[in-house]
Design a protein around this ligand. Structure first.
Ligand SMILES: [Zn+2]
Length: 307
């Protein structure tokens, strides 16, 4: 089981680009301790596996057609990820999907892009190919070899290892480039960072994410995902449809609580002081603490009062 510190390090990079939450970031530890990271492989179902390391969970399709992966964590972990993939058949994936642009999901692209075809929604390529600055912190564009070679607007399918692997873009949730990947035969769904298992989510308002968009997307997903499917979240343990429904319910309820106070003209500080009911305490024990979640909701709905 990963320690809390590891969990913190694992997702810190994801948040390090975001000024809305930068006050919560305790230093840029993105590459610290990567030598201690152990990549753990777990079978999910059918041809699908998940690799846990440091950063977003890596989905893997392994079989007669070779290896396809979803996200690739950090560049310093590429060798360890390759060695874990070798145990599943080959250290060279034929395809790499990026669920979104954050560095804890795309950091390995410059290595994997040398021999694999990287695929992502078009906004992911746009963001990865541009330098950006957030609160004085420079985020460098990836070199061309690390950029998605194939992009799409709405989605695409790859027919691989005996099943259709369907990538579907869900707009403006965690970011503006999110993709959900459905392994239609293995009955597994990789939800990227639209799903933080059992924790309040990070919503990247500066990259086109929104709380209302995320709630809509999760609502739609709870209606399309089969009841017995296995779900790979962006961060956290392999989950099921009931876990996703609980997550959706929690997002709806906590957002409703905050918005009601916004309607009553309460300030952000006042709403934070009131906090959320005790039943949500555990949801605020991940990277996004209760205060940060309240702030995200407040800012997201202040930015777009119509939603
Ligand atoms: Zn992310």
């Amino acid at each position: 089981m990963r320690s809390l510190l590891t969990y913190f390090l694992l997702i810190v990079f994801c948040f390090s680009s975001i000024s809305a939450h930068s006050s919560l970031i305790k230093g840029n530890n993105k590459h610290k301790n990567t030598q201690d990271v152990v990549i753990k492989t777990e079978k999910v179902a059918g041809s699908v596996y998940v690799l846990f390391g440091q950063g977003g969970n890596i989905g893997v399709s392994a079989g007669k057609d070779g290896i396809l992966i979803i996200d690739d964590q950090f560049i310093n972990l590429a060798d360890k990820i390759k060695s874990a993939l070798k145990d599943l058949g080959s250290d060279t994936p034929r395809f790499v999907f990026n669920t979104h642009w954050h560095g804890d999901h795309t950091g390995g692209n410059p290595i994997f892009g040398q021999n694999s075809i990287i695929i992502a929604q078009e906004n992911v390529r746009k963001r990865l190919s541009t330098d950006s600055t957030r609160r004085g912190q420079q985020i460098k564009a990836l070199p061309p070899v690390g950029l998605p070679m194939i992009t799409y607007g709405q989605g695409l399918s790859i027919h691989f290892n005996g099943e259709e692997i369907r990538a579907v873009h869900f707009p403006n949730g965690h970011t503006d480039g999110d993709t959900i990947i459905f392994f239609t035969g293995s009955n597994v769904v990789h939800l990227g960072d639209d799903f933080f298992a059992g924790k309040f989510p990070f919503v990247d308002l500066e990259s086109g994410g929104s709380v209302s968009g995320l709630i809509q997307n999760i609502d739609a997903l709870t209606k399309q995902i089969p009841a017995d499917a296995k779900l790979i979240p962006g961060h956290g343990a392999v989950s099921n449809l009931n876990d996703l429904k609980t997550y959706h319910q929690t997002l709806v309820e906590t957002t409703g609580i905050v918005r009601k106070q916004m309607d009553n003209k309460k300030s952000l500080d006042e709403i934070k002081k009131t906090g959320l009911p005790a039943k949500y305490k555990d949801w605020g024990t991940g990277f996004i603490k209760t205060d940060a979640w309240i702030e995200t909701i407040y800012k997201s709905y202040s930015l777009n009062m119509k939603k």
